[in-house]
Design a protein around this ligand. Sequence first.
Ligand code: PMV
Length: 311
Amino acid sequence: QKVAVGRAHSKLILIGEHSVVYGQPAIAFPFKQIEVKVTVKNIEGNAIQIESPFYQGPLEQIPEKMEGIGDCIIQTLKVLEQRSSGLHIQIASSIPIGRGLGSSAAIAIALVRGLFVFFNQELSDSQLMALVERAEKFAHGTPSGIDMMTASSANPIWFQKQHVVEHVKIGAPFHFVVADSGRVGDTYAAVKSIRDKYEIKPEKIEESITLLGKLALEVRQGLAAGDSQQVGDKLNQAQQHLALLGVSDPGLDGLVDTARTAGAIAAKLTGGGRGGCILALVENEQLGKKVADALIQAGAAQTWQYTIAKC
Ligand code: PMV
């Protein structure tokens, strides 16, 4: 039996979520501790069977909420010029869904990679991005593209729409705690709520968006200098603006406060907000443990310690 595996990791947006939709720059990290693994096998007959945590059965009966995944498989097989062989596609993921950790992008990337390996074909970056972008449109409507770029990158990235992705220099290791609120966020609704406010009062929204872009630039400088205080100061300011834009919520604000009180240099939401995750910048791993414990006490569903190495 022929077996092929495709993988893709999670992502963390350090700064720039939402403002990135309006053309401002953002910084995001690959989050390799959690990932999607897709295993493709050949089976008798010519049906495509899906095995995933959300659905098991034939591809034709895939539920509507997994439409993007179904479409991604069909489009990838089209590009590969493969149609009628029987396939078993297993999707396994340790990335919680709808928490701003890029699970939808990671699933699509792992699927495309797994299918290309199975059919022994070279996959170019542009082919991968075109297939994943289609799948992301099902999940998000008008995604900026930051999720799929980060989930397929081994290094921290500087992302701005219509620009080439740049490497972000990290002058010293930075330690973070990521905490999952346990609540599914709604990126689509959060993006739309900012758009609606923008249509009523563009100046007010523009001010926060522009400031978030400026803060991203300052965070980039702080990362290069290995200056955790500067980075932290800017991340805290970013949280204020995200709250002003209305994409934080009392649950996330509570976790942010808990992290800061427990000794984090900074804390902010990460990803679409209104549920999902927060990240906290800490001086070292020991403090990270203390902050993680406090976050669990405060009701976080799970936490991860994350270190971005010098690079
Ligand atoms: O997929 P999420 O929840 O991590 O959100 C992506 C970041 C946003 O800026 C909110 C949306 C986008 O398309 O960039």
